[in-house]
Design a protein around this ligand. Sequence first.
Ligand code: HEM
Length: 206
Amino acid sequence: MPAIQKSLLMQPKLSIRSAIKPVTFILCSLPLLLAIYAVSQNNLGANPVEGLLVTTGEWGLRFLLITLAVTPLQFMFKWAWVAKLRRMLGLFAFFYAMMHMLIWLVLDMGLEWSAVVNEIIEKKYIAVGVIALFGLLPLALTSNRWAIRKLGKKWKPLHRLVYPLTLLVVVHFLWQVRANDIIEPVMYLAVLLVLLGWRFYKSLSR
Ligand code: HEM
């Protein structure tokens, strides 16, 4: 029996199954709620805008990696239920990335469009971030059932773009940290490479 079919047998009880999605939704919202709480308590450090940028950016990247980990987890631990969370996790990644961009645009740049354009031209890490965000947009827009049906065979190759786009986000991170802060983005890069390696291995073994 193929692994994916066998994994379908590994379903939790109905009561647990119906709780998985709402619990995941609450867990995914926690970083946002904690950030709102930190703002209300004036607890985001000397530069609150930077604090919000860092939190939303990092959660955007973490959710991208968590979304990419869904299929390997499904195969390795035979967790069929985890596949049902993929869309929600991916949309949370996009949500945090959008919040990150809006915080930059409104709170950091003060919606000064000429300054925005200058930043994109002058700072290559900003340009890469913009490309990554606009690249994620069509994936978020086509993550619903209607788009999956409409796009047919084109849906999968389109959504595989999430790998190079996550790589762009890691590059965006790497290009803006100082040399002594390199460990964190390198760790994210390592996780991404492991996930990419797993995909590559699976496609070879198929
Ligand atoms: C319009 C697109 C984007 C803009 C303008 C932008 C802007 C920025 C800025 C200004 C910083 C530096 C924050 C600081 O002061 O330390 C930053 C950091 C970061 N951004 Fe973005 N970004 C964009 C897209 C993205 C996307 C799509 C993601 C992830 C999905 C992302 C993830 C991150 C991460 C992980 C950091 C590093 C946070 C840290 O220092 O720990 N960014 N971004």
